[in-house]
Ligand binder design. Structure first.
Ligand code: SF4
Length: 331
């Protein structure tokens, strides 16, 4: 692997949950949502890393914290050698031309009072890099590239289908020619056939514009389609990372194994027994002690409830990391 293009180290994002009036009157203490808890992650230039986990595990918060759309509480983010956390707000605005995001919900992320031409022009207007005819040309070229026709450029978001709206969202993210794109569940709100088209488009654009993706999804099938490597997140922590091939072939963490067992396989030989996890994701207001997965883990041992497991390299590969006492004990 080449040197990391995006380097995230020990990133923490906690929120204060607003108290109700009754809680304030009773003097109840403020409660903290532990959304991201010391995540470290590296992405090489041109690489796609898929970030998977159940809804509410903190993956979207992590993606937004990397771009400082949410301000992290602690940790470091370096992008192409730039210390992102140390940038002033003004510098951050400039940097965002190179670090963009495609949002999950194409309905909610587009301003309903603006035409798609205006929506896609906005990042260039904020950056102030180009104006006039040049800006118009760049916007039109990008709208064309994502598959919209010239007669659609002056329409409003409500005049488009979900897939077309996501094409607008992609054009808005790419018009400033970023190098890194956080794709935050970009196809989860779309129908199956449209989903495949948008994934295909994202794959083409990655090659054409030499993009690096952090691709966030709860759907392993979607992530496996695009990602070179996969990081698995549970309750604000990354519990396993490895190449897509290695993780799909031989998941090591019991949580990853449960996620993988839910992926439909065409060939009977590839089918494994579905592992049903007990219970729901615990509340990030009160994360369990020790290994955060111990309340649902089919292989939990007494020490799992007391001590968090260290990150361990898998015996099978130097690039496969897992946080689980089972692997520590087998060494
Ligand atoms: Fe399960 Fe223990 Fe491994 Fe956590 S450390 S995943 S509880 S076996």
């Amino acid at each position: 692997m080449t040197a990391s293009f995006l380097h995230v180290e020990g990133l923490v994002k906690h929120y204060e949950q607003p108290r109700t009036l009754a809680e304030k009157l009773l003097g109840k203490p403020k409660r903290i949502v532990h959304a991201v808890n010391g995540v470290s992650l590296q992405i090489a230039r041109g690489e796609t890393v898929g970030l998977i986990g159940e809804s509410g595990c903190g993956k979207s918060t992590l993606g937004r914290s990397v771009l400082r759309l949410h301000e992290p509480n602690a940790g470091q983010v370096h992008f192409d050698g730039i210390d992102v956390i140390q940038q002033s707000m003004q510098d951050m605005t400039r940097l965002r031309a190179r670090m963009q995001i495609i949002f999950q919900d194409p309905y909610a992320s587009l301003n309903p009072r603006k035409t798609v031409r205006d929506i896609v022009s906005l990042p260039l207007a904020i950056q102030g890099q180009v104006d006039g005819a040049e800006r118009r040309e760049q916007v039109q070229a990008m709208l064309n590239r994502v598959g919209l026709r010239a007669d659609q450029f002056d329409r409003y978001p409500h005049q488009f289908s979900g897939g077309q709206r996501q094409r607008v969202g992609i054009a808005r993210a790419l018009v400033s020619r970023p190098a890194l794109v956080v794709c935050d569940e970009p196809v989860s709100a779309l129908d199956v056939s449209i989903k495949a088209q948008i994934l295909e488009l994202l794959a083409e654009l990655r090659t054409e514009f030499a993009l690096t993706y952090l691709f966030i999804s709860h759907d392993i099938g979607v992530v496996a389609h695009l990602a070179d490597r996969i990081a698995v997140m549970y309750m604000g922590e990354i519990v396993e990372t490895g190449s897509t091939r290695e993780l799909m072939r031989s998941p090591q963490h019991p949580y990853t194994q449960a996620l993988m067992s839910a992926v439909p396989r065409i060939h009977a030989a590839g089918r494994s027994q579905r592992i049903m996890l007990k219970g729901d994701l615990p509340s990030p207001l009160e994360p369990p002690a020790g290994c955060k997965f111990h309340t649902r883990c089919p292989s939990a041992m007494p020490r799992c409830a007391q001590q968090a497991p260290p990150r361990t390299l898998s015996a099978a590969s130097k690039e496969h990391m897992v946080s689980c006492w089972l692997h520590e004990e087998s060494r």
